[in-house]
Design a protein around this ligand. Structure first.
Ligand SMILES: *Cc1c(COP(=O)(O)O)cnc(C)c1O
Length: 360
């Protein structure tokens, strides 16, 4: 068996032991004689998988009692429209931070339902920096305040959270959920597509406070209403059974490896290694983002010329290191080093970076 080193931004690296466990259980799930893939979502077998994932999510992330953990379809992208559909209808206003590609997509969808107040706009600086979030001003009368904790393409990450008072704070944590502790009680809602830090694509985690669920208008189509899913424990319709099963295994492994504290140390170790390699390269590799807000998950860097970047990416691929090309909208290089990336994986990259710089 040969395993490459996976720096893809999403879908992204998962632990090899989990693939092996899934493979072992694929045809006969825990002696039931069925694959979980062909098992009813109303069965006792699936119930344990589903509720286990919900419970472990609550435990790992210290989610208070008055929140529901939902597993939906449609990706984080569907949340861009579900949020304003539920909380902004009738021309109401919400606060949004514009910090790059993903938050801007969320804004574009919100504007189809109501008005958007821009609280922070990083456009002028090319979305390469953020701010001390406690200085952000919340607008009185806003239905909610939306932010993107980690901009996956730009490689910037908020380091603290705003004080939003009675205005519910809603956050897209697709690319850094469960990578660091978060005061969940400060948030009205947190959502994340699974395929970066949690598991395969196909499931989206929504953590939503009960009072927000109560506000959802009954005029919405059933699936688009958070109330539908909260009441049915995400079993109103067929949930993404297989991704949720893999998420369950990922969470179980996290709990066994020191939970969130273990993850913070693991992630810091990796990002320090990579950023220090960039910094100690005498300007050969450069980080285009503000040092104060650089992401621990998506490390973007540039090289002296685009030709060298191309050569670097090609040679890395020949050495079985995949996904180092920056997003097509920004170019350059990007290494995504999510929770499941190993320290050894990052070391493979940094030693290649050093030898490439010496030779080129
Ligand atoms: C990947 C990503 C998305 C989009 O997720 P989908 O599941 O593909 O819809 C949204 N926001 C952020 C921050 C992301 O990284």
């Amino acid at each position: 068996m040969s395993r490459a080193t996976n720096f893809y931004a999403g879908p992204s690296v998962l632990p090899v032991e989990i693939f092996q466990e899934v493979a072992d259980e694929m045809v006969d799930y825990q002696g039931t004689g069925l694959s979980l893939m062909e098992t009813s979502h109303r069965s006792k077998t699936y119930d344990e998988v589903h509720n286990g994932a919900v419970d472990m999510m609550k435990e790992l992330f210290s989610i208070p009692e008055n929140y529901k953990v939902l597993f939906l379809g449609g990706g984080a992208t569907m949340q861009f429209s579900m949020i304003p559909m539920n909380f902004l209808a009738g021309g109401k206003t919400a606060d949004y931070t514009k910090t790059g590609t993903w938050s801007n997509k969320a804004v574009a969808d919100a504007e189809k339902f109501g008005s958007v107040n821009t609280v922070f706009d990083g456009k002028e600086g090319g979305y390469s920096s953020l701010a001390d979030a406690t200085t952000l001003k919340v607008n009185e009368g806003s239905q909610y305040f939306h932010m993107t904790s980690n901009e996956t393409i730009g490689g910037i990450q908020w380091k603290n959270w705003p004080e939003t008072g009675n205005v519910p704070l809603i956050c897209d944590m697709s690319s850094d959920i469960l990578s660091r502790p978060v005061p969940v009680e400060k948030f009205g809602m947190i959502y994340a597509g699974a395929q970066k830090n949690l598991g395969p694509s196909g499931a989206t985690v929504v953590i939503i406070r009960d009072d927000l669920v109560e506000k959802c208008p009954d005029s919405l189509p059933a699936y688009m209403n958070y109330k539908t899913h909260a009441k049915a424990n995400s079993l109103y319709n067929t949930p993404p059974v297989f991704p949720i099963y893999v998420i369950n295994l990922v969470l179980k492994r996290m709990l066994a490896n020191g939970g969130l504290d273990g993850m913070v140390a693991h992630n810091k170790n990796k990002s320090d290694l990579l950023y220090s390699t960039i910094e100690n390269s005498n300007g050969y590799y450069t980080s285009p983002v503000d040092k104060n807000y650089r992401s621990d998950m998506n490390v973007v860097f540039r090289m002296p010329t685009e030709e060298l970047e191309k050569k670097f990416i090609n040679e890395a691929e020949a050495l079985q290191m995949f996904g180092l090309k920056g997003h097509r909208s920004v170019g350059g290089c990007r290494a995504s080093i999510y929770n499941s990336m190993t320290v050894e994986g990052v070391e493979t990259l940094t030693s290649f970076m050093k030898s490439f710089a010496a030779k080129n």
